[in-house]
Design a protein around this ligand. Structure first.
Ligand SMILES: [Zn+2]
Length: 218
């Protein structure tokens, strides 16, 4: 396991793959400090390839996305946005277009792959019978919205081991995030009965199936 890996070279990913090293990367750097890296610290070549999720994906490697809180806010939707879009908050530049990954891959890097990282994939990381009921309900399906709007998605409810530990009050929604009554569950856990109501959404089933299935499900 390798933590951070901010300025990895591409050949190092080959070595990690050969050695079975799984990187935990920090793609949110592209949002907060992408411009700073490109213009002031390391320049465009290294700057464009910070947290090289695309190189890992290209090699069929598992990786996870972390946020280094309190360095940055532990905002999961911002992590997801940065992993998918790599858009710098100042200039709006895409910091390393080839390092962008699709939404499902980015979600796996926040759920089932880090569970595997921590030897916890038997109890966490996907919505499956026998696993803990740890999950969040989102205001919109991140696989269906414009990628540029992913960061506007709200966590409307968080459930930990079957108990609701957070619920967004309707009045707390921001003007920019239109309420969407269709709940979407993003798995970072799973279980039997208590999910039944929320499981009604087909997209959630699809996502769960993708996350739980086969070699790419890890
Ligand atoms: Zn880090």
């Amino acid at each position: 396991m390798l933590i951070h890996g901010q300025f990895l070279r591409e050949d190092q990913l080959d070595s990690f793959k050969a050695l079975g090293v799984i990187p935990s990367l920090f793609p949110m750097h592209t949002f907060y400090w992408g411009d700073w890296h490109l213009d002031h610290t390391v320049g465009p070549q290294a700057g464009m390839n910070i947290s090289p999720t695309g190189w890992a994906l290209k090699r069929g490697m598992l990786f996870s996305s972390h946020h280094d809180a309190p360095v940055a806010f532990p905002d999961s939707m911002r992590v997801l946005d940065a992993t998918v879009t790599r858009r710098a908050r100042g200039s709006g530049r895409i910091v390393g277009p080839e390092q962008r990954v699709d939404v499902i891959t980015a979600l796996k890097a926040m759920t089932i792959w880090p569970a595997y990282h921590h030897f916890e994939e038997k109890t966490k990381g996907s919505l499956e019978r026998g696993k803990l009921a740890d999950f969040a309900i989102l205001s919109k399906d991140p696989t269906k919205v414009e990628p540029a709007t992913i960061a506007d998605i709200k966590v409307t409810e968080t459930v930990k081991e079957g108990k609701t530990i957070f619920k967004l009050e309707p009045g707390a929604r921001t003007a920019g995030a239109a309420p969407d009554i269709t709940p979407l569950l993003v798995a970072f856990g799973g279980h039997r009965g208590a999910l039944a109501d929320a499981c009604a959404h087909d997209a959630m089933f699809r996502m769960t199936a993708v996350m739980a299935g086969g070699p790419t499900g890890r």
